[in-house]
Design a protein around this ligand. Structure first.
Ligand SMILES: *[C@@H]1O[C@H](CO)[C@@H](O)[C@H](O)[C@H]1NC(C)=O
Length: 371
């Protein structure tokens, strides 16, 4: 029983996130037998407004649960808004069953036409600092709560996004790479996008959502145009493109280049979907390290700045600031340059491949077709 409550706390956090980040959605809850209603608005903040007709009686804005002092908290832990005659009680999901949380989210989804949710957090750090877990003897660590959280939210369909996971490789939902910084190198920058994505695939989580193109721009340091475009190129042969910084933050050239690479990603989406289906059937990765197709090739084993999509496409994005050329290793096989159609026979190095800002080097196995 206690345990169910714990994962509910997680679920409530996630609903909070979902509600909190949806732009200006409005719902109305009518008091029985009166013309007073509560208008629930979700924009930058969550706002409850007590309305009589079109007149606002009281507004309650939530920054978080603790600053909701204008609401009356009941002894059972719920919150009440009252017009003197009738009362609306908000439990904020804290003491709801998993099924109830799911039903409420489903209603939100249906009534507001929401395609999917991003379920953030869910790690054990969101549990009480000293959790008491009472459940079946098979559950031995608090980590169980993470898996239960992911399974609960995964019920909202295959576009669901989570960032936590625990023995949940069987769920065909996006798992997000945790925030990258708007940097180039091993300091949690662009270079680590590739290694993080490959590591997730090898751990059995192939539905990788690579997070924001250009990194998160923390500390008021947004990506430069060059970093943004190289990040986009690195993303093209990964499962999804997520724009938060946008090309028109930069200039017309950035827009033109971004259009081209977004289109290139769209061209290969059927292949990505095919690999997704294969991953569901067999558990095989979607994006692979080069050594996957050349396991005893010691050079392939050492390559950290190229990766495969399936077994037939090699992406070799430029991930070094200022670089307009790069060396590319091609393992055994016949490989056709995606930009020039030139065919190479591996294993071989292609040295000084010309890759100005509008060029993403990539290669297809000879004979590969999108069909
Ligand atoms: C975009 O793609 C088109 C068609 O391949 C090409 O002609 C054009 O030069 C590209 N634009 C940029 C900015 O790369």
């Amino acid at each position: 029983m206690r345990f169910i409550l714990l994962s509910l706390l997680l679920a409530s956090c996630c609903l909070w996130e979902a509600v909190h980040t949806c732009a200006s959605i409005e719902q109305r809850y009518k008091f029985p037998n009166s013309n007073v209603y509560v208008r629930l608005r979700r924009g930058d903040k969550l706002q409850y407004e007590l309305m009589k007709g079109e007149k606002s009686l009281q507004t309650v804005t939530f920054d978080n649960f603790d600053s909701s002092a204008n609401l009356v908290k009941t002894s059972s832990g719920s919150y009440q808004l009252t017009d003197g005659q009738s009362t609306v009680e908000f439990t904020l999901l804290l003491k709801r069953s998993v099924q109830d949380v799911q039903q409420r989210l489903k209603r939100l989804q249906d009534e507001d036409g929401i395609d999917s949710f991003k379920f953030d957090a869910g790690e054990t750090s969101w549990l009480p600092s000293d959790p008491v877990i009472q459940a079946s003897s098979s559950m031995v660590t608090p980590l169980q709560a993470v898996g239960d959280y992911v399974r609960t939210v995964a019920a909202f369909g295959d576009m669901v996004e989570v960032r936590s996971a625990q023995n949940t490789q069987d769920q065909p939902i996006f798992v997000r790479i945790v925030d990258k910084d708007s940097e180039w190198g091993w300091n949690n920058g662009l270079l680590t996008l590739i290694s993080s994505m490959l590591q997730m695939n090898l751990n059995g989580y192939p539905f990788v959502l690579p997070d924001m193109i250009g990194g998160n721009g923390y500390q008021e340091k947004p990506p430069t145009k060059e970093l943004f475009l190289r990040w986009l190129q690195a993303n093209v042969f990964m499962p999804a493109l997520q724009f938060s910084f946008v090309p028109w933050n930069f200039d017309d050239e950035a827009i033109a280049i971004s259009k081209n690479f977004t289109a290139l990603h769209a061209t290969y989406t059927p292949y990505i979907m095919k690999l997704f289906k294969r991953a569901v059937d067999s558990g095989e990765p979607v994006n692979l390290p080069l050594w996957w197709i050349a396991p005893t090739d010691e050079v392939a084993q050492s390559i950290y700045d190229e990766f495969l999509l399936g077994e037939d496409i090699i992406a070799a994005p430029v991930v070094v600031e200022g670089a307009t050329k790069r060396d590319i290793y091609l393992p055994e096989g016949k490989w056709k340059d995606g930009n020039s159609d030139q065919v190479y026979t591996g294993p071989t190095w292609v040295m000084d491949y010309d890759a100005p800002l509008d060029t993403l080097p990539y290669f297809m196995r000879v004979g590969f077709t999108l069909e």
